[in-house]
Design a binder for this molecule. Structure first.
Ligand code: AP5
Length: 248
């Protein structure tokens, strides 16, 4: 596996090019990850992308990257999006869809893609179906991770994220080698603003109301793969690969 892709085209948008892009695969994977906030989608995305070579396209990461832009560089829509995110609410579909449409070239990446956190509403799923159809692409699978809510809250409260490369750790279940320092790039590990208890409650409600119905939507299309998210990340990864091999 080559150097980790910097995802510059996805995170920054516009005409920005990635400095290291995934190598073109003969049969690139094109996947969507579903699941409640904190179930472990980002952790599995990292493992899957390392092994299968596709690019990790997280809409949440676009918003978090926008926080480091100067105030004059943020559009009013992006500024408003950061407010929704801080409160744990979903960002309006139109804002999210504009960002994804601007980055449609990322869906054509030769290494494939793994969408994490998008789509999150049925309207977003319908827009993605239109985009993929127009681009001549097909989703291989939609992986839905499932875990009881008490276990999810434990995962969220101990999460620490690298301020620089966005790698995800957990204070007890996935600690970094040196406390507070990222294993990959040496960046500082921070707690996310939306992991405060009030914001977590709002995120769970938004998930139940708007995102959970997507499992029925994708089941009806025959692409849904349900993966129990109990156990260590490596076990869940192996379970995912077995489920995926049965699908592709
Ligand atoms: P987003 O960034 O997408 O966050 P999320 O869906 O809330 O998911 P998380 O990143 O919180 O959790 P995760 O499932 O990736 O878990 P992780 O692997 O980190 O969205 C954030 C916000 O952006 C939204 O609230 C919304 O405002 C906005 N937004 C984004 N996209 C949008 C869209 N399309 N439409 C509208 N709004 C949008 O794991 C959690 C912790 O558990 C970590 O510490 C990890 O180390 C640990 N862990 C993971 N797996 C295990 C395991 N197996 N055992 C023990 N610990 C584990």
């Amino acid at each position: 596996m080559g150097a980790k892709n910097d995802r510059a085209a996805w995170l920054k948008g516009g005409g920005v090019k990635c400095s290291t892009a995934p190598a073109a695969a003969d049969r690139p994977y094109r996947l969507v990850l579903l699941g409640a906030p904190g179930v472990g989608k980002g952790t599995q995305a990292e493992l899957l992308c390392e092994q299968l070579g596709m690019c990790h396209l997280s809409t949440g990461d676009i918003f978090r990257a926008a926080k480091s832009l100067g105030e004059d560089e943020r559009t009013p829509a992006l500024e408003a999006a950061l407010g929704y995110m801080r409160r744990g609410e979903l960002v309006p579909d139109e804002t999210v869809l504009n960002l994804v449409r601007e980055r449609v070239a990322c869906l054509q990446c030769g290494g494939g893609f793994l969408l994490d956190g998008f789509p999150r509403t049925v309207a977003q799923a319908e827009a993605l179906a239109e985009l993929t159809q127009r681009e001549g692409l097909r989703l291989d699978a939609v992986l839905s991770y499932e875990l009881p809510i008490e276990r999810i809250v434990e995962r969220l409260s101990g999460r620490r994220t690298c301020a620089q490369c966005k790698a995800v750790f957990h204070v007890t279940t996935r600690p970094s080698r040196v406390g507070g320092v990222c294993d990959h790039c040496g960046g500082r590990l921070l707690q996310r603003e939306d992991d405060r208890p009030e914001a977590v409650r709002v995120r769970m409600e938004a998930y139940e109301t708007s995102t959970a119905p997507l499992t029925d939507y994708y089941r009806a299309k025959g692409v849904l793969v349900t993966v129990p998210a109990e156990g260590a990340p490596d076990e869940i990864y192996r379970r995912t690969m077995i489920a995926l091999n049965g699908k592709k």
